[in-house]
Write a protein that binds this ligand. Structure first.
Ligand code: CMC
Length: 390
């Protein structure tokens, strides 16, 4: 039925028009709504960037105040969701918990699927509640009571406070930590039609509600080839350290990826074939943050050694494999005290505005339901054989 072009992995297939994020993989350019990632990472707050992505323009002071205030007023999560969370195992992966509870939110807000045209409320709820839910996983793993949001704090500080403050001692958010988190979230905020974003758009194209669409995006992000790579990178660097710190052995294993099945996590990108501009900013931020916090992480040296060895190796050069956003992000998250199994959750908090913006754009453009075709390679028509004759 008609002519079908096969493009496994959609390497050359444009799925949509979009006015949100511009990416030039050859030149290493990434702009959100026309603003360079370098400029935004240095000058904006994460919520400003969220507003920009979702509504198309940088907010005025008034718009920003209203946006931030409505997010503050929705940070508490329904105790019913909390009751669901309470029954999750203590060692549940925080990404499993996050995608499940975001999906559960649709049940608590039936207007997300019963009534159309109220998207803005759900957008605010998601932005407000994701950090709260994320912090619960950490608290449970620690055996500590969860913290309720403190709405006199800004977005990043509020999250850090929910993560790290304890009822028994005074905790003050370190501004260096909050600012590093702000930068990391901005760098992750959108990346055009990547796997999780395409998932959000595809699920949303069936007119599924926003919570369900975002939950699907979180699941897609979890995979080690996508957002899950940030956890894999640190685990790999730790393994190299435990193994005596010899990076060449791992370079050799990665060069033989076809037989060893080992890939250098945090290396390579579908679109960037020169460098990942986010990785450049993060590498510098990693140095700055560790110095400011007085952290001496031996894993940073291993990462640098591995990068240098790879960049000088003909296998990586020939395939244009460079460090991506995930290569150094985990080193910063570690310095901020975030546990390794929460790294991908941090990516999800950062990517949320991008997913929302893309979902909203897809709806506004009244895109048709996403429905790829295939090339059938199975059996031709054959007669049914009754079970007793098989
Ligand atoms: N280590 C070793 N070899 C690699 C790697 C790697 N990390 N990445 C790609 N290659 C090789 C691959 O084996 C292939 O070799 P050949 O031409 O001999 O068959 C060639 O490079 C092209 O790779 P590909 O798998 O066809 O490229 P892709 O565009 O399908 O995959 C990728 C992109 C990011 C999934 C891949 O580079 C990868 O698996 N990297 C490691 C995981 C990772 O760091 N993911 C995070 C991506 S950035 C964060 C985000 O998701 O936004």
């Amino acid at each position: 039925t008609g002519f079908v072009t096969l493009d496994s992995g959609y390497k050359n297939t444009g799925a949509t028009k979009s006015a949100i994020t511009f990416l030039d993989g050859e030149k290493g350019i990434l702009n959100y709504r026309g603003y360079s990632i370098e400029d935004l990472a240095a000058k904006a707050t994460f919520l400003e960037v969220a507003y920009l992505l979702i509504y198309g323009e940088l907010p005025t002071q008034e718009q920003y105040a209203e946006f931030e205030d409505s997010i503050r007023r929705h940070t508490i999560v329904n105790e019913g969701v909390r009751a669901i969370f309470d029954n999750f195992p203590v060692n549940a992966h925080p990404m499993a918990t996050l995608s499940s509870l975001v999906s559960a939110l649709s049940a608590f807000y039936p207007d997300s699927y019963d009534e159309k045209g109220k998207d803005d409320r759900h957008i605010i709820r998601l932005l407000a509640k994701l950090p709260t839910i994320a912090s619960w996983s950490y608290k449970k793993a620690q055996g500590h009571p969860v913290n309720y949001p403190k709405n006199d704090l800004d977005y990043c500080s509020n999250f850090l406070n929910m993560m790290f403050s304890l009822p028994v001692e005074k905790y003050e958010v370190d501004p260096v930590v909050a600012s590093a988190l702000n930068t990391l979230l901005i760098l992750h905020a959108d990346h055009e039609q990547n796997c999780s974003t395409s998932t959000v758009r595809l699920v949303g194209s069936s007119q599924a509600n926003l919570y369900s669409s975002i939950s699907a995006g979180i699941s897609a992000l979890w995979g080690p080839l996508h957002g899950g790579a940030n956890q894999e990178v640190i685990e790999m660097l730790e393994a190299i350290k435990a193994d005596g710190g010899d990076v060449s052995k791992y370079i050799d294993m990665a060069k033989n990826a076809k037989t060893t099945g080992f890939r250098l996590f945090g290396f390579g990108h579908r679109v960037y074939k020169n460098f990942d501009p986010r990785a450049k900013i993060i590498k510098k931020a990693a140095d700055d943050v560790l110095t400011k916090l007085g952290v001496n992480d031996p894993v940073l040296e291993i990462a640098k050694g591995l990068e240098e060895a790879a960049l000088n190796d003909e296998y990586f050069v020939a395939r244009k494999l460079y460090p991506n956003v995930d290569f150094y992000s985990g080193i910063i998250y570690r310095a901020l005290g975030i546990p390794t199994n929460m790294f991908t959750v941090m990516f999800a908090i950062g990517r949320l505005p991008g997913w929302i913006a893309q979902w909203k754009e897809m709806r506004a453009m009244k895109e048709p339901i996403g429905r790829p075709r295939q090339i059938y390679t199975g059996a031709t028509l054959r007669d049914f054989v009754p079970m007793e004759q098989r």
